[in-house]
Structure formats: structure tokens, C-alpha cells
Design a protein around this ligand. Structure first.
Ligand SMILES: O=P(O)(O)OC[C@@H](O)[C@@H](O)c1c[nH]c2ccccc12
Length: 269
């Protein structure tokens, strides 16, 4: 039976064909080469200091439907940056998440911190496209890729100077990510095949991830308490979407999460 992830990816491949007809492979490679160099996001995420918040521009999702209209994604990203976010995640998947590369462009013009192109990466073309539109980080979802694809896209991200956030949801996927040599590994609490959230997954998998990797807790983070919980479980960073786009006061929300993380690390949460 086709999973939600399979359905999303077949839509992604359809939309990809349309974009490839408009801008061919030679052209996209040239555009990627002409873009200013990517920021070293892995180093910024690995730097000492409080928990790193990756704040997401997210309009809707397959699990929750409409979350926020976000008429001005650059404005939202600017607020995240002002609140102390280490990086901004911009969903570019159109059908299920209501994002676009235009959003990525708009955010790139506004902020100086690293940008994650959040999409379902299944082809080399998308990697050049990410770089051409100013992304510093790309997402590789282990569940969506076979070993060959995972290896090739990981290598390509390095060749383009980008950081790969390698996303896992179970033990086997975590082993594959570690074997790959990933420096930044995200544990997605949401199973993309069923959309169920399992917040305990981070704690179950974190010990399989070497200490010199950045450990990112992803999805289902409702507020500062969840940040404190993940920090106590060893998270170096957290990726937050819904709670920031629906809560109002995005700057303050980011700030409060960072403070909660700092308190948890000192053991006074
Ligand atoms: O809105 P949330 O529950 O805070 O989740 C953010 C982020 O983790 C989530 O958007 C996400 C994690 N992995 C993904 C892969 C594709 C699309 C989306 C995602």
C-alpha cells in the first residue's frame, strides 16, 4: 500500500518535471554556480552555546491542514532571526505544504543566517535548484531514499558546499545516516508514512548518534517545555514549525525556547 510519503513524493516528481521544462539542467547548474557561496551551517549548528533553534516557514501540512497564511515569509523569517534563531527552514513543497522557491528567494533576501530548503529531495536537479535559490542546508529523508540515492545526494550537497540535514525516524535509518558520515542528523518525531507523532523517538535514537554530530529534534514541538525535554535528552538543536507560525509573537517565541533550553541544560528546568 502506498504511504503518505509515497504520495507526497509522486507529487513532488510531477512538479519537478514542470520546473525542469522551464529551466533546463544546464541552466540550473549555471545558476547554482553563480550563487554566493553557502554558509557553513554545520559549523554554526555545532558551535558551543545554547540550543539552536531552526525556525520554519510553514503554511500547511498533510497532518494538520492550514496552519497560517503567511503573506510575507521574509517578514516572518526576519522575526525568527531577531529572536535568535540559528537557521531558517523554508518549506518549498507546493502541494501539501503550500511552499515555493519564491518563498526561499524572499527569505534569502531578508536574512543572513543559514537557510534550509525543506523539501523532498529525490534528484540532483533539486540540489542545484536549492543552491541556486540560496539554500545553505538541504534535507535528506532517509526513509525516502535508497542507499545509492542517499549517498549520491549527500556527496552532491558537500560538493555544492551545503550542509545535509539527514532525517531519521527509526534505528535502521539512524544507522544508515551514521554510516553515511552525516554531520547533522535530525530525528523526526513524526513518522512520514503514517503522520503519527512519537516524541519519545528522539530519546530512543539519540544514543546511536555519535557525539560529534549535531543532534536535531524535529516535529511536534509545542513550546518551551518540549524544548527543555529534548535538551535533557541530548538535543543540540530543534526544528520548529507549527508552534511558531500559529503562536503569534514569533521573535519572542524563539527567544523563550532558547531560554528554556539553557535552563534545562543547567538542570534547573
Ligand atoms: O510543524 P512542526 O510539527 O513543528 O514540524 C516542523 C518540521 O519538523 C516538520 O515540518 C518536518 C520534519 N521533517 C519534515 C519533512 C518534510 C516536511 C516537513 C517536515
Amino acid at each position: 500500500m502506498a504511504t503518505v510519503l509515497d504520495d507526497i513524493i509522486s507529487g513532488v516528481r510531477e512538479d519537478l518535471k514542470t520546473r525542469m521544462r522551464a529551466i533546463g539542467p544546464v541552466q540550473i547548474i549555471e545558476q547554482a554556480a553563480a550563487a554566493p557561496a553557502a554558509l557553513d551551517a554545520a559549523a554554526m549548528l555545532a558551535a558551543p552555546g545554547p540550543v539552536k533553534i531552526i525556525s520554519e516557514v510553514k503554511r500547511k501540512s498533510p497532518s494538520k491542514g492550514e496552519l497560517a497564511t503567511i503573506p510575507d515569509p521574509a517578514e516572518l523569517a526576519g522575526s525568527y532571526e531577531a529572536g535568535g534563531a540559528t537557521a531558517i527552514s523554508v518549506l518549498t513543497e507546493q502541494r501539501r505544504f503550500g511552499g515555493s522557491l519564491d518563498d526561499l528567494d524572499a527569505v534569502r533576501e531578508r536574512v543572513r543566517i543559514p537557510l534550509l530548503r525543506k523539501d523532498f529531495m529525490v534528484s540532483e536537479y533539486q540540489m542545484f535548484e536549492a543552491r541556486a535559490h540560496g539554500a545553505d542546508i538541504i534535507l535528506l529523508i532517509v526513509a525516502a531514499l535508497d542507499d545509492r540515492q542517499l549517498h549520491d545526494l549527500f556527496q552532491q550537497s558537500a560538493d555544492l558546499g551545503m550542509t545535509a540535514l539527514v532525517e531519521v525516524h527509526d534505528e535502521h535509518e539512524t544507522e544508515r545516516a551514521v554510516e553515511l558520515g552525516a554531520r547533522v542528523i535530525g530525528v523526526n518525531a513524526r513518522n512520514l508514512k503514517t503522520l503519527e507523532v512519537h516524541r519519545e523517538m528522539f530519546g530512543k535514537l539519540a544514543h546511536l548518534i555519535p557525539d560529534d554530530c549535531v543532534k536535531v529534534a524535529e516535529s511536534g514541538i509545542r513550546g518551551p517545555e518540549d524544548i527543555a525535554y529534548y535538551v535533557s535528552q541530548g538535543a543540540d538543536a530543534a526544528l520548529v514549525g507549527e508552534a511558531l507560525v500559529t503562536g503569534g509573537e514569533p521573535s519572542q517565541a524563539v527567544r523563550t525556547m532558547i531560554e528554556a533550553g539553557a535552563r534545562a541544560r543547567q538542570g534547573v528546568a
